[in-house]
Ligand binder design. Structure first.
Ligand code: HEC
Length: 296
């Protein structure tokens, strides 16, 4: 009897730290899973709604702008998600979501309203300041000591012409046409002045590698005024059409070649590459640490 007790006791001592750790990480994961965007990712919402791009249903940003975020509206919208219906935004109907609990539906609605927070919309939370091409091109020696970030090449357009991404043949771009080159820590150029000295009609191309550590569903967004697009691992995930700015993509850990392009307009330019990582709820500028110029 005593022996048995000692053995059981010994097993417990051995196992406890491991069990505890497991429980802790499970709790953490559960807490994360409760974030509003996780409900949206795991339900069918994204079949019909994007955050900013129009789809079958209104965008979440549009919804956030239509209503005041008062108690009764949050409750009404939560009920509507659960019960489905139409009549407000057009002729399409929303399907029912009877398995969604009211408190979770409310969480989603509160998240939707948070998108209308002007500070969130104008500049992504965790990266406020704009980058400038004058800095990107200034110091050629930067090229060798900055390992993170993306390589930038600017191609000058032919006489009186502007590049058109819809008809661009990448093989036809010659090294000779490179007007400027340098290195950017991130893609986040948000004011007309930040594009100097690049001239209108030029093609700006960022190339390098994207390092993904965490498996999951990522939103990518290219904020753009002129034509712009994104390739990851050879796939065009955001195309040059004005209306295509946002995509949800499931990615496995790994290193992927990335190309981000933009054709500069005469004025009001903006070019910013952002994402929402699997355990986050808001767009941020894709940070420099996950980019590298060379494969590593
Ligand atoms: C089959 C397509 C479809 C799916 C799936 C879908 N919706 Fe909708 N949703 C719509 C349509 C269409 C509307 C506009 C309805 C209307 O005009 O009243 C809408 C409207 C809404 C509204 C605004 C309602 C209003 O009265 O203004 C919210 C909030 C919303 N959806 C959230 C969600 C969430 C969250 C999910 C996932 C749990 C979801 N939707 C899934 C199609 C869909």
């Amino acid at each position: 009897m005593n022996k048995l007790f000692i053995i059981v006791f010994a097993i417990c001592i051995f196992c406890l730290p491991a069990c505890n750790q497991n429980e802790e990480s499970q709790q953490k994961r559960k807490a994360k899973e409760k974030t509003a965007l996780t409900f949206i990712r795991n339900d069918d919402c994204l079949n019909c709604h994007n955050i900013e791009d129009k789809s079958v249903g209104p965008t979440y940003v549009q919804i956030s702008q239509k209503y005041e975020a008062d108690f009764s509206t949050v409750s009404r919208l939560a009920n509507k998600i659960i019960e489905g219906g139409g009549g407000i935004w057009g002729s399409e109907q929303m399907t029912r979501h009877p398995f969604l609990e009211k408190k979770d539906a409310k969480k989603i609605v509160r998240w939707i309203f948070s998108l209308n927070d002007s500070t969130l919309n104008k500049s992504p939370v965790r990266y406020q300041s704009t980058l400038r091409f004058s800095e990107v091109f200034r110091d050629k020696s930067q090229k060798s000591n900055l390992t993170n970030g993306l390589e930038i090449n600017v191609f000058a357009p032919g006489e009186g012409k502007a590049f058109d991404l819809a008809y661009l043949n990448p093989e036809a771009l010659s090294e000779d046409a490179v007007a400027y080159s340098g290195k950017a820590s991130v893609i986040h150029f948000t004011e007309q002045l930040s594009f100097q000295p690049v001239s209108a009609g030029s093609l700006i191309r960022a190339t390098g590698y994207l390092h993904i550590k965490e498996k999951g569903k990522y939103f990518f967004k290219l904020v753009k005024a002129g034509q712009g697009r994104v390739f990851i691992d050879g796939d065009k995930i955001i195309n040059e059409n004005d209306s295509d700015t946002e995509v949800l993509k499931e990615i496995l850990p790994g290193t992927y070649p990335i190309i981000v392009e933009y054709v500069l307009r005469e004025d009001n330019n903006i070019w910013s590459l952002q994402w929402i990582t699997p355990d986050d709820e808001y767009y941020e500028v894709i940070p420099t640490e996950v980019f590298s110029v060379d494969i590593k």
